[in-house]
Design a protein around this ligand. Structure first.
Ligand SMILES: Nc1nc2c(ncn2[C@@H]2O[C@H](COP(=O)(O)OP(=O)(O)OP(=O)(O)O)[C@@H](O)[C@H]2O)c(=O)[nH]1
Length: 297
């Protein structure tokens, strides 16, 4: 890569309450699917780095889990700790909210932000805004709650104002040569992303009947003769949840696995053999050893 003078490289955290569009924003900025999205809140449980490199800038995105204020258990406490940790060392924070929506949960998310890092307010979903005149008073209201370094209204989904957002972010990144290769988009393992794909399908296809406490563990991930063999387990808390996920004659689970496999084949560029099991593990969201297995300290 020819490195331009004044090349900038830095870390960017994306923060905001569940469902405001953080994953969509990251995916659209990276122009490919890495983080997972769903209509259901709280689908991003782990931190994922997305990397975007252009002629002058390397943007290293740190995606964070949805900040949980509603239910307190060990898992959510661990997740909030991940959010808090991930914003300490970044160069700039994107604080994402939805246009015309700013409530107690957004305020709670603002409280975990460190004082020494500049925060850009990103107002997402402006495509939904019928009356653009309502944006100005809204900006005033939100602006009085926190000292934002900048404000950018965007539509992640429709890619409105995303170049402007990148230009703004760049201003807050330090002059540094790139840290990662030009073609790298994430430093998360393929194994990890495979688990995320299954989780996304689970949330999309099973809908509201499945609680956020459900998790996916990738038991085996190996490559043999040009085929990726992936064995995964969906952990649920109750037998009736297991029945819902499996569905009539196993149809639901088959659908989840087929769609996840197709996404994995696209990502890996190779054939994938995927086996998914569902297991009941009562109270796992409060069990320390399972949390450790899932990658939390
Ligand atoms: N209309 C509209 N919808 C959007 C936009 N951006 C995201 N969405 C939708 O909002 C919902 C939530 O988006 P996500 O990207 O999963 O939200 P998130 O903040 O990452 O959610 P968590 O992972 O739960 O924290 C999805 O249905 C998206 O399609 C946008 O610009 N306009």
């Amino acid at each position: 890569m020819t490195v331009a003078t004044h090349f900038r490289t830095g870390y960017i955290a994306i923060i905001g309450r569940p469902n405001v569009g953080k994953s969509t924003l990251l995916n659209k900025l990276l122009q490919q699917k890495i983080s997972i999205t769903s209509r259901k809140a709280q689908t991003t449980r782990f931190r994922i780095n997305g990397i975007l490199t252009d002629q002058q800038t390397q943007y290293v995105f740190v995606d964070t889990p949805g900040f949980q204020t509603q239910f307190i258990n060990r898992l959510n406490t661990a997740m909030n700790r991940v959010v808090t940790q991930s914003v300490q060392d970044v160069d700039v924070i994107l604080f994402v909210i939805e246009a015309l929506r700013f409530d107690q949960r957004d305020l709670a998310a603002l409280k975990i932000l460190p004082e020494h890092v500049p925060v850009i307010l990103v107002i997402n979903k402006i495509d939904r805004l019928a009356d653009k005149n309502r944006l100005l008073p809204f900006l005033k209201e939100v602006g009085s709650a926190f000292k934002f370094a900048d404000v950018i209204p965007v539509s992640a989904m429709h890619k409105i104002q995303l170049p402007e957002l990148l230009t703004t972010i760049r201003q807050y990144l330090p002059e540094n040569p790139p840290l990662y290769g030009e073609d790298e988009v994430t430093d998360r393992s393929e194994r990890f992303i495979a688990g995320e794909f299954i989780r996304e399908k689970l949330f999309r296809l099973v809908g509201d009947e499945i609680p956020y406490s459900t998790s996916v563990v990738v038991d085996q991930f190996k490559q043999e003769d040009g085929v990726h063999k992936i064995y995964a387990t969906i952990l649920v808390e109750k037998p009736n949840q297991k029945a819902i996920i499996i569905g009539k004659k196993g149809e639901k689970l088959k659908q989840i696995a087929t769609q996840a496999r197709k996404d994995m084949e696209l990502l890996l560029g190779e054939k994938v053999y995927l086996e998914v099991w569902v297991k009941v593990k009562s109270g796992w969201a409060d069990s320390e050893s399972v949390l450790r297995n899932l990658g939390y300290e």
